[in-house]
Design a protein around this ligand. Structure first.
Ligand code: PLP
Length: 383
């Protein structure tokens, strides 16, 4: 039986053409014509004042830490149920992570727990739109606004998802995207910084260009460029942007396909899940999700592990997701301990992600569904 991977990056057709053009035009370094096309495309659709491509979402997050002048002693509120970069970007600059638990339904930061974690040292709140389903942004923005704390949305999963009709990534003063090969739209490794608060634009351009005012120089606003601030090199090559532009241009086609994939799993697994005490993803009515992933919440860790093995025997790859960051080696160094975020700890043990990529066929999805239904939930031992 052919192998069904958990993920595989897929081209949409124009990647090679755009890369060839980019090479012919010698538009190789960052911020040439094709990079600007990506910026304009995202700015126009999302209605974001400024988008800057970066070399990864991790780097975009690191830029937000620099823009917010994060320094030792500052605190940043982050979900424990996230990728390490959400936290590391701020810890790199000396911040102490304050881990917040998640809601049991969307697995997003639990806004009801937010206010009591705020202290005079809190310098940022970083909601992660898990699986491309929006966090409760009204409540989060209201609390953050009352305390004057910047909100940085980690929207690695959520490009083109919406909360109450507004695109994810357009709520916080800053937001970040990922174009890693596991995401809906990819260029292998890549990301973007979305700037919604105009006060950060000029400094973001400087930080991204090694601390120089090169962007102003290229626009003819200064006659030479020089070192004006701290910074690093966060801009991708034109070749990478060319690949990405082809993917972005096909955004509606990609999202339509991903919606079909998600709905196929949902419709075909609903009854089975209900009968077997397995929870499928919950998407609140006011959220238009980004169709980034499909997961199951199994009744227990043992059953999740047994199901991974069962699918593996059918040549199907399935994976768990985040391990709680507060209980990691680094998290414990910051005082994290078992029991701090009970929902995170429970979900992390039980969550299983199914194969999901842009060209998975219905035949392969049917094979995944059949293999799942063939799994005997009474058995917990790994076969
Ligand atoms: C929530 C979240 N934030 C950030 C990242 C990092 O993205 P990148 O690989 O583009 O740096 C990931 C990676 O998957 C992620 O899941």
């Amino acid at each position: 039986m052919l192998y069904i991977p958990f993920n595989r990056p897929v081209t949409v057709g124009k990647e090679f053409e755009y890369i060839q053009q980019t090479i012919e035009n010698m538009d190789l370094s960052g911020d040439g014509a094709i990079t600007k096309k990506c910026h304009a495309f995202l700015e126009q659709i999302l209605r974001v004042p400024k988008v800057l491509l970066t070399t990864s979402c991790t780097d975009a997050l690191e830029m937000t830490a620099l823009l917010l002048d994060i320094k030792p002693g500052d605190e940043v509120i982050v979900p424990s149920f996230t990728f390490v970069s959400t936290v590391n970007a701020f810890v790199l600059h000396g911040a102490r992570p304050i881990f917040i638990d998640i809601r049991p339904d969307t697995l997003n930061l639990d806004e009801s727990k937010l206010e009591k974690l705020i202290s005079p040292q809190t310098k940022a709140i970083v909601p992660v739109h898990y699986a491309g389903v929006g966090c409760e942004m009204d409540a989060i923005m209201e609390i953050a606004g009352r305390y004057g704390i910047p909100v940085v949305e980690d929207n690695a999963h959520g490009l083109f998802g919406k909360y109450k009709g507004k695109y994810l990534g357009t709520f916080g003063c800053l937001a970040t995207q990922s174009f890693h090969e596991t995401k809906n739209f990819t260029c292998g490794e890549g990301g973007a910084l979305l700037i919604n608060d105009l006060q950060y634009i000029e400094r973001a351009e400087i930080i991204r260009e090694k601390g120089t005012n090169r962007s102003r120089f290229y626009r003819g606003q200064v006659d030479k460029y020089t070192w004006v601030d701290v910074g690093s090199s966060y801009l991708p090559s034109g070749i990478v942007a060319a690949f990405l532009y082809a993917q972005l241009e096909a955004w509606e086609q990609i999202q339509t396909k991903r919606r079909q994939i998600w709905e196929y799993y949902y419709e075909n697994l609903q009854d089975w899940a209900e009968e077997n005490d397995i929870r499928l993803p919950i998407v609140p009515a006011h959220c238009e999700q980004a169709y980034h992933m499909f997961y199951l919440l199994m009744p227990s860790l043992e059953k999740r592990q047994a199901l991974i093995e069962h699918l593996k025997a059918d040549n199907i790859s399935s994976v768990f997701h985040y391990l709680p960051l507060h209980m990691s080696y680094m998290g414990r160094k910051f005082g994290g301990a078992e029991g701090d975020c009970p929902v995170t700890e429970n979900v992390s043990d039980r969550l299983l992600r199914l194969p999901f990529y842009n060209d998975i066929t219905e035949v392969d999805q049917a094979r995944v569904v059949a293999a799942l239904k063939d799994f005997h939930l009474g058995e917990t031992e790994i076969s």
